[in-house]
Write a protein that binds this ligand. Structure first.
Ligand code: GLN
Length: 265
């Protein structure tokens, strides 16, 4: 009897050690790095999109860049910015090459199939830029009958919607010319290679200010909202960034950053 008790005690002791071991290795899993490289938050962007992101000499500047800096600070991470083509941001976030994509990125149902989006932090719209004195006077003059070509930045919502069929509100792929950057689309407009450029409203204002003889048609072509793209495999990062965004909204930081780059008229 005594022996059986001893054996039971020994078995119990082994079991406790085993359980403790499993529990410890379990908690080790939980403390795995929040981002791909411990301590670093890698943001993919396309720095040709003022006032959200652009190069100021060797530095990155803009609304997204500053908001990302504040988010990284709250998460105790060092922000690293990678400047890539707009069209490669979602794929890179999806595969975990980048921790987040922040590039004046519009939330769309199609993109939601590939990545998660944080809560939105800005409202935006697609607008149409034409040359001053253009025969195109209003959004109603835009047609997909081959009489006019549209310049867009490749893979943006302006591209996706304009290239769509007429029944979906587009002008047909054959009437759309894609450029790597909005700036190149603007150059094409100035050179009469396209008759209109479809692009987000704030970059549109920056481009029209920087180039003489261009104007923005009244009204919104499409209303949109911007958010940060995060891998579907990293919900913890999604939740932490959402909390950071909530705090930065509540204490007025985000509005201050927006006001700095988009002064109220
Ligand atoms: N908002 C547009 C989109 O998400 C354009 C963004 C951009 O060019 N950086 O497609």
């Amino acid at each position: 009897m005594k022996n059986i008790k001893k054996i039971l005690a020994a078995v119990l002791a082994v079991a406790i050690v085993a359980v403790t071991f499993v529990a410890c290795s379990g908690s080790k899993e939980e403390t795995k790095s929040l981002t791909a490289n411990e301590g670093v938050l890698v943001m993919a962007t396309n720095a040709t999109f003022p006032p959200y992101e652009y190069k100021d000499g060797d530095d990155f500047a803009g609304i997204d860049v500053e908001i990302a800096g504040k988010i990284a600070e709250k998460l105790g991470l060092k922000l690293e910015i990678q400047d890539v083509e707009f069209g490669s941001i979602i794929g890179g976030v999806q595969t975990g090459k980048f921790d987040m994509g922040m590039a004046g990125m519009t939330v769309t149902d199609e993109r939601k199939q590939s990545v998660n989006f944080t809560n939105t932090y800005a409202k935006a719209k697609q607008v149409v830029i034409v040359k001053e004195g253009s025969a195109i006077k209003s959004l109603d003059d835009l047609k997909g009958d081959g009489s006019m070509k549209y310049g867009v930045q490749q893979d943006t919502t302006g591209d996706i919607y304009a290239s769509d069929t007429a029944e979906n509100g587009g002008y047909g792929e054959e009437n759309v010319i894609r450029y790597k950057t909005g700036a190149e689309a603007i150059e094409a407009l100035k050179a009469d290679k396209v008759q209109a450029v479809i692009i987000d409203n704030e970059p549109a204002k920056s481009f029209v200010e920087a180039n003489e003889g261009l104007t923005i048609l009244d009204g919104a072509w499409v209303e949109e909202e911007y958010a940060i793209a995060i891998s579907k495999d990293n919900e913890e990062l999604l939740n932490k960034i959402n909390t950071a965004l909530e705090e930065l909204t509540a204490d007025g930081t985000i509005q201050q950053i927006i006001d700095k780059y988009i002064p109220a008229k």
